[in-house]
Write a protein that binds this ligand. Structure first.
Ligand SMILES: Cc1cc2nc3c(=O)[nH]c(=O)nc-3n(C[C@H](O)[C@H](O)[C@H](O)COP(=O)(O)OP(=O)(O)OC[C@H]3O[C@@H](n4cnc5c(N)ncnc54)[C@H](O)[C@@H]3O)c2cc1C
Ligand SMILES: NC(=O)c1ccc[n+]([C@@H]2O[C@H](COP(=O)([O-])OP(=O)(O)OC[C@H]3O[C@@H](n4cnc5c(N)ncnc54)[C@H](O)[C@@H]3O)[C@@H](O)[C@H]2O)c1
Length: 492
């Protein structure tokens, strides 16, 4: 099918998807695959934040940074590693953001039989969506079965005095800027902040991070993750100010100036605010279905918005606030698309835990890689999650540098691994690895956590020698030796 004509008065589809980011695209694909006529509405670029201002461009900027750091740790290679070719890195970044064009995604959408309407979509009562098209037209749509809101998030900015006039960078500018600022101040200590600090420092900026509170960097993850990432950033030349709150910001000509609550003055060419996300629900007609504009859309495990009657409204991806990650949103999309298909086709809905139509993993097994030097790879629970929960969890730590594969990977390897063992069930409830090259370890941990693989069986999953994945064996041995101390040899 092709882009739908936009000035029609009214059209009816089985399913209407609002927002064609990675998540909306996948919902539409699955409902179309279930034989339901599906239309998707997009006001900017198909592919959303992830393709153009988030995952793709940021990882294209970070891959050379990490590869260079890894190469510098390999004897015989480090001597030949020079500075980054900044224009080449940014040109590669632009390639991977497809130069901010979405025709590839349009071709894909056509191939999966989903109609596209470009414009701003708004709910207009139950099962109704109105689209304002770029040519000033209006399209009124009715859904026979479901409307899925997949409108994602945008950068959340605090109401710091002066900020609105100071033209701060958000994640959008940080992932698309064509010039390297001489001095870059980054406010925030989360994932965007650490990744962009690593990237821009390596590209030539002098980066200063302003991080509030005393929870360190990456405060939702294991504390050692933030500590090792802070060490890596400092070694790269980043200045980190912990316990720092911004009091005022203003811009004088090309210079941005900031005063911290303790009176410290900072000056920069650009200021990046990486202070979390807000749901894009302020102008999608939530009030017409009894919801509050600007709120996150709370859903059940099949993706139905819990506060709306009759089960026709779904929300997937960032906008439902379950896990703000592309892969997790796409997982929800597969489950939600299948659930909409089952309900529409009168088939049973498998909503048991780990069933075919529920996003169970959102609760217990969300994987994430932070692409810094060192990398962080984490899935499932952390010690922060279980603190005070009363759950019987045992923590097993291992220094990855002691693994033979780590010696092969890098001279002077530094890294740390942690498993959380659920003592009542004898399974791994969480895993965190920090160190060079650990990102590719994560799927093994995700399978262990999601599959609830008993520890007894994990002993039979043999890691190849000499890879970093041997850390799995060392962690199991550490746990075993704690519970089954070696017997003393007989004394004859
Ligand atoms: C800098 C940065 C780096 C990131 N890196 C990673 C990473 O490496 N890995 C990872 O898993 N996640 C990463 N994320 C998170 C990831 O970008 C999001 O989880 C993902 O984009 C969410 O997808 P989505 O489809 O829910 O929303 P979005 O990608 O935000 O897409 C929503 C779409 O809806 C459209 N839309 C909104 N309102 C309307 C409307 N009213 N009418 C029509 N269209 C509308 C928007 O234009 C947009 O195209 C990163 C985020 C940032 C900020
Ligand atoms: N590699 C990846 O998987 C990846 C990369 C980037 C982003 N993401 C996702 O994108 C989402 C957004 O990332 P993010 O870093 O913007 O959010 P975040 O929630 O991870 O971090 C926000 C940071 O800003 C701080 N902050 C919040 N309000 C503040 C204020 N008023 N003043 C000062 N500091 C403030 C918080 O303390 C925290 O350090 C995350 O959920 C993350 O999962 C993922």
């Amino acid at each position: 099918m092709s882009e739908a004509a936009t000035n029609e008065a009214a059209r009816t589809y089985d399913v209407i998807v609002v927002g064609a980011g990675p998540v909306g695209e996948n919902v539409a694909d699955r409902t179309s695959a279930a034989g339901l006529s599906t239309v998707i509405i997009e006001r900017e670029l198909l592919g959303g934040e992830c393709s153009f201002w988030a995952c793709e461009p940021s990882k294209a900027m970070l891959r050379p940074v990490i590869a260079r750091a890894d190469a510098r740790r390999v004897p015989g290679l480090r001597q030949s590693v020079g500075p980054l070719d900044v224009p080449a890195v940014l040109a590669h970044r632009d390639d991977l953001a497809n130069h901010w064009h979405d025709e590839d995604q349009v071709d894909w959408l056509n191939s999966v039989d989903v109609d596209l309407i470009r414009g701003h979509g708004r709910l207009d009562g139950p099962r109704q969506v109105t689209v304002q098209t770029p040519d000033g037209g209006t399209v009124r749509l009715t859904a026979r079965h479901a409307v899925a809101v997949c409108t994602g998030t945008s950068a959340a900015l605090p109401d710091t005095p002066g900020l609105d006039l100071a033209r701060p960078w958000t994640s959008r500018e940080a992932t698309s800027a064509g010039e390297v600022p001489g001095r870059l101040v980054i406010v925030g200590g989360g994932v965007v902040a650490v990744e962009m600090a690593a990237a821009w420092q390596a590209l030539g900026s002098q980066v200063t991070m302003v991080v509030r509170g005393d929870a360190g960097l990456l405060s939702k993850l294991e504390p050692f993750a933030g500590e090792l990432v802070a060490d890596g950033l400092r070694e790269a030349g980043v200045e980190i100010r912990f316990g720092a709150t911004v009091a005022t910001v203003h811009r004088e000509g090309r210079e941005a100036r900031m005063t911290l609550a303790d009176g410290t003055a900072l000056a920069a060419d650009e200021i990046l605010y990486a202070t979390g996300r807000s749901p894009r629900t302020g102008d999608v007609g939530l009030d017409t279905v009894g919801l509050t504009p600007g709120d996150w859309l709370t859903v059940d495990d099949t993706g139905q918005v819990t506060a709306v009657a009759d089960g026709w409204l779904y929300a997937a991806g960032d906008v439902n606030h379950r896990a703000l990650l592309t892969h997790q949103g796409k997982y929800q999309a597969r489950m939600i698309g299948a659930a909409i298909g089952a309900r529409a086709n009168g088939e049973p809905v498998d909503d048991a835990r780990w069933g075919a139509h529920v996003s169970t993993a959102d609760h217990t097994a969300v994987p994430q890689v932070v692409f810094t030097d060192p990398e962080v790879a984490t899935v499932g629970l952390t010690t922060r999650d279980v603190a005070g929960s009363g759950r019987r969890i045992e923590v097993v730590d291992y220094d990855i540098a002691r693994v033979a594969g780590a010696h092969q990977f890098a001279e002077g390897y530094r890294g740390q691994a942690r498993l959380l063992i659920d003592l009542d069930r004898g399974i791994v409830a969480g895993a965190t690895f920090v160190g060079p090259g650990v990102g590719e370890l994560l799927y093994s941990a995700t399978v262990a956590v999601t599959g609830e693989v008993p520890l007894e069986r994990l002993w039979h999953a043999v890691p190849a020698f000499p890879t970093i994945s041997e850390v799995w064996l060392r962690l199991l041995e550490t746990y075993r030796d704690r519970h089954q101390p070696r017997r003393k040899p007989p004394t004859h």
